[in-house]
Design a protein around this ligand. Structure first.
Ligand code: HEC
Length: 155
């Protein structure tokens, strides 16, 4: 009784895997711009929290992740709804990313804050160009990640 129920479930699962309502095979998951942007938002946020706390190791890591993600977006969605996303990323946020990296390397808080603001302005200028000027990112005032410490470790 129990075994036949399990066999029935497995059978149903196999039918589900090979054919959907349309009879077409399932498409692999491909994130769109919004999914990528939510990830960018998180790295942008953590980058500020780490750099502002002078936690340069974590800031360096976040800057790397942010840059990798930007490169990934440019590669995976070079054009979206006639918008040259790849080229726009190259023009708006890649140049200020270099300033952020330099400030982290030199462990200079003032330079970091100013470079971070330039990066943020880059994000927003792309939103303007993409007719999404109503999406405005800024320096985070508080941490939305209470389960992560941004303070530098005492060595
Ligand atoms: C290629 C230009 C471009 C760049 C550069 C860019 N964005 Fe975006 N962003 C978009 C577009 C386009 C959307 C809207 C996506 C849509 O409508 O599907 C968006 C949406 C967003 C949203 C709204 C997501 C939501 O649902 O709340 C956030 C937050 C965001 N971006 C953050 C950032 C941050 C932070 C940066 C900089 C590190 C950045 N973006 C850089 C084009 C860009």
């Amino acid at each position: 009784m129990r075994q036949s129920a399990i066999a029935l479930l497995i059978g149903l699962a196999m039918i589900g895997a090979t054919s959907r309502a349309t009879g077409e095979p399932a498409q692999p998951y491909a994130p769109g711009p919004v999914e990528y942007m939510l990830q960018l938002q998180s790295h942008h946020n953590k980058l500020w929290l780490a750099g502002n706390a002078r936690n340069w190791d974590l800031a360096d890591y976040q800057a790397d992740e942010l840059k990798e993600l930007l490169e990934d977006i440019a590669k995976r969605i070079p054009v979206y709804k006639d918008m040259p996303i790849g080229k726009m990323i190259e023009a708006t946020v890649m140049p200020p990313m270099e300033g952020v990296e330099a400030a982290i390397k030199s462990r200079n808080s003032k330079a970091f804050a100013s470079a971070f603001d330039k990066l943020t302005a880059g994000c927003n200028s792309c939103h303007e160009a993409a007719k999404r000027g109503f999406i405005v990112v800024q320096r985070p005032a508080t941490s939305p990640f209470p389960n992560q410490s941004f303070a530098p470790k005492r060595k």
